[in-house]
Design a protein around this ligand. Structure first.
Ligand code: GDP
Ligand code: MG
Length: 784
């Protein structure tokens, strides 16, 4: 019997794991070891993936992977298995060997690395300790690059490094490699191992590996505030004694316990020499094998940094370590023989020996230090909410409801009201005040035109869309911080596989609705190169918030009563084009094996308002900065080019200007799309700098003082059909420079960047031409 055959609500005990390579490693690292009890919680709406519960936390895994995990048919079989395998029945005392390590290597200051599982609160702690504003979200894979900052409120010079979350020190996905390389190559002076106190067993799996390094560690048990609600009490003193490292309970988001953490860091700094400990959790048989390997690898050399860690990794056949140690083929064979002998002796597959021992140790340790004060079967909020949000018949309706509500709130009455309010402020107050000031100083015609038309008219027209952009960001980050994104990935995995992606790609794609740059960067959470490249290729079709001002401008001019519907359709077209693109390229340009899908399902949390605010503020700041720099520059350049002719004489009729001539040159290309006027072509070119520039450029070129005036001008230069086709082109064509550079950076390939730009231009041109021609035909037939 295998795991996929267990019915929801029933459980089984793992007998063997049939997967191979990386996937097998990942499955084991996530806690699915032989002898572990697994409960099947539910199937996704399409029957795949499956949500399971192990070691007290929920995980989703694909059916195809679950099929390879055998479980015991009945209790008898399991009891027989227990009799055959030797188990550690107690934690041996004297596991802790205190040692003294080197004083801080960097004379000036100390480097402290934050290491922990994804979603354990590293970034929240980092932000609170350093006063930074890094991005936080309740789903695994938010931090994909390392971030550094100085710890505040401490006299010493301590640099804290926030690293991507990892489950184990066997690198699996690219961001896990970043973290491991940092630990092994950059020699931090201290590791702060952050653990989710509500999920201690899984966190300790990483701790047992960190303890094998030659580095001092402080363990921080975060989310202490949630512990009581979960019905658990942890005996910190006992845990401290067993692990031999300081344990500090904190609540990063509530700012509790941080003082004692800072004090501890400071005292490590002051003491110069830092104590560390080795916890020997393995049986004597294993220790003997490790000693043998040590002799082969090191040839009795005196001291090698992180030796114990490396030897264990060699035993585990970690290819990165065996390569870095340059072990000869002959020695590798000897090591394999040691491994096989031990495997036979213990009656376990060789790659299961170390993880099994670790989990055995952790289970016994947790039994000793965690006290459950609540009945385990009490329904939790997460359990209840997931019945609806991932339930067979309710998952998709609630998903659609969420997305629809976001659109309705952003683009419907609430968003429109806020926009009008902001517009009135800019037009009414700013415009008239500035105009009076200029009048007072007797400014010349061109100066007035520059300030009023270009700066206030152009940049102001972009700024007036800010309230709606903020609203969209608030709602998206609310969904992210509450933990819904992991559920969306869970229910979308099966449909996504038809287009060659894994459900995990859902998160970067939906982030693309905010801004393509962080969305492209977050594709690092995808382990598989094919998945990653395909997701990057598709993200530009997810309409980013900078394109919103363009849609809003045209929709309010041409479809004042159906704005939300028009904009919703544009987003839908973007998604459909992305699906089509994925289907087109999945078996050629991006061919490769399907990636596994094993993902943690975090508990729902009430979004921290501070986190939502930080994430929104970060993007809003970016929006305003862009308005004040790139967009302002583009607007002024456009204004200069459209106010002067080639003899640098100020022209009152801009059809005589340099820009009209240049734009007129390109414009005919767009005749087939219905917007072959030079103003439209020029605005699309400036749109490559920043999408909002399309609006500011149109505003300057039409000499409009506000968006109402601009709407009137647009009605004279566009028809309903050409307006729609223009919006379609803006939606699909090449993203802005910043997104292009992120795209190139993540692709690591000029060829792919080039193909993607050419494809985007081609698709935009094709679709907008088709839209215009088909709509014109329909309008003609209907005599509209
Ligand atoms: P990271 O992935 O380890 O960087 O984790 P984040 O800092 O992004 O936090 C993950 C989630 O846990 C976010 O939703 C945080 O708001 C939440 N969180 C972090 N620390 C705490 C805490 O002490 N208590 C509670 N209740 N939530 C927390
Ligand atoms: Mg993080």
């Amino acid at each position: 019997m295998n795991l996929s055959e267990i019915k929801p609500g029933c459980s089984g005990v793992i007998k063997s794991i049939g997967s191979e390579g990386h996937l097998r490693r990942r499955i084991v690292d996530m806690g699915l070891t032989v002898g572990t009890c697994v409960e099947v919680v539910r199937y996704a709406p399409f029957g795949d993936p499956i949500e399971i519960n192990i070691h007290g936390y929920n995980l989703s895994i694909r059916k195809s992977e679950a099929e390879k995990i055998d479980v015991f048919e009945n209790n008898k079989e399991y009891e027989q298995f227990l009799r055959n395998t030797k188990n550690n029945s107690e934690i041996k005392e004297k596991r802790v060997v205190p040692l003294l390590s080197d004083p801080p290597s960097n004379a000036g200051g100390m480097k402290v690395a934050l290491i922990g599982n994804p979603n354990s609160g590293k970034t929240t702690l980092f932000n609170n300790l350093t006063g930074s504003y890094q991005y936080v979200g309740n789903w695994p894979g938010v931090t994909v690059e390392r971030k550094e900052g100085k710890i505040k409120n401490i006299n010493e010079d301590v640099t804290l490094v926030d690293l991507p979350g990892i489950y184990s020190l066997s690198p699996y996905s690219p961001e896990e490699i970043i973290t491991r390389q940092y630990i092994l190559e950059e020699n931090p002076d201290l590791i702060i191992n952050i653990l989710d106190a509500t999920n201690l067993e899984r966190g300790l799996y990483l701790t047992t590996q960190l303890l094998e390094l030659d580095l001092p560690i402080i363990a921080v048990l975060n989310m202490e505030d949630l512990l009581f609600g979960k019905g658990k009490i942890i005996d910190y003193k006992k845990l401290e004694k067993s692990l031999g490292i300081p344990i500090i309970p904190i609540s990063a988001s509530k700012n509790k316990g941080l003082d004692s953490l800072v004090f501890r860091i400071s005292s490590v700094f002051k003491s110069g020499k830092k104590s560390r400990s080795i916890v020997n959790i393995y049986s004597e048989e294993i220790e003997n094998s490790l000693k043998e390997i040590d002799r082969i690898v090191n040839n009795d050399k005196n001291y090698v940094k992180n030796n114990r860690f490396k030897i264990i990794k060699v035993f585990e056949d970690d290819i990165y370590v065996t390569e870095s140690l340059k072990i000869s083929l002959e020695n590798l064979k000897k090591i394999d023989a040691i491994r096989q002998t031990l495997s036979r002796k213990m009656g376990k597959e060789s790659d299961m020996i170390i993880p099994d021992e670790r989990y055995n140790y952790i289970c016994l340790l947790c039994d000793k230090v965690i006290k459950n004060i609540k009945n385990k079967n009490v329904c939790t909020f997460t359990g209840q909410a997931d019945k609806i949000l991932t339930g067979k018949y309710t998952a998709f309706p609630s998903f659609i409801l969420f997305i629809f509500s976001i659109f309705y709130i952003t683009f419907g009455p609430i968003g429109s009201y806020l926009k009008t309010f902001c517009e009135e402020f800019i037009n009414g107050n700013t415009y008239s005040t500035m105009s009076r000031i200029l009048e007072y100083f007797g400014a010349s015609g061109w100066c007035k035109s520059l300030v009023l038309d270009a700066i206030i008219g152009g940049v102001g027209s972009v700024i007036s869309f800010l309230p709606q952009v903020i609203l969209l960001f608030v709602l998206l980050s609310f969904l992210e911080d509450c933990g819904y994104m992991a559920r969306a990935a869970f229910i979308m995995d099966k449909p996504f596989r038809h287009i060659g992606l894994s459900g995990k790609a859902f998160v970067p794609l939906i982030m693309g609705f905010g801004c393509s740059v962080p969305a492209i960067m977050s594709t690092k959470i995808l382990e598989n190169k094919k998945d990653k490249n395909l997701a990057i290729f598709l993200i530009p079709f997810m309409s980013c918030s900078a394109k919103m001002p363009v849609y809003l401008l045209f929709a309010s001019a041409f479809f004042p009563k159906h704005q939300a519907l028009v904009i919703f359709s544009l987003y839908a077209i973007g998604i459909l084009v992305a699906i089509f693109t994925a289907w087109l390229f999945k078996d050629n340009l991006f061919k490769g094996k399907d990636s596994p899908f094993i993902m943690e399902m975090p508990d729902y949390k009430f979004p921290s308002l501070k986190n939502v605010w930080l994430s929104v503020w970060d993007k809003v700041k970016d929006f305003i900065e862009r308005a004040g720099t790139v967009i302002l520059l583009a607007t002024v350049v456009v204004w200069v080019l459209q106010s002067f002719n080639f003899n640098f004489e100020f022209v009152y009729d801009n059809s005589q200007s340099m820009l009209a001539n240049l734009g007129g040159f390109i414009a005919p290309v767009f005749n087939i799309c219905g917007f072959g006027n030079w103003q439209a072509s020029v605005s699309l070119i400036t749109g490559i700098m920043a999408k909002e520039s399309i609006v500011s450029t149109l505003s300057v070129l039409h000499g409009a003082d506000n968006s109402a005036e601009l709407s009137e001008f647009l009605k004279s230069s566009f028809s309903v059909c050409s307006a729609i086709s223009f919006m379609v082109f803006s939606l699909l064509y090449t993203p802005c420079i910043a997104a292009l550079s992120a795209l190139h950076k993540e692709f690591h390939s000029f060829k792919l960047t080039f193909i993607s730009v050419v494809y985007q231009l081609f698709v935009a041109y094709l679709f907008s031409a088709l839209t215009f021609q088909i709509l014109s035909l329909i309008f003609n037939c209907l005599n509209l």
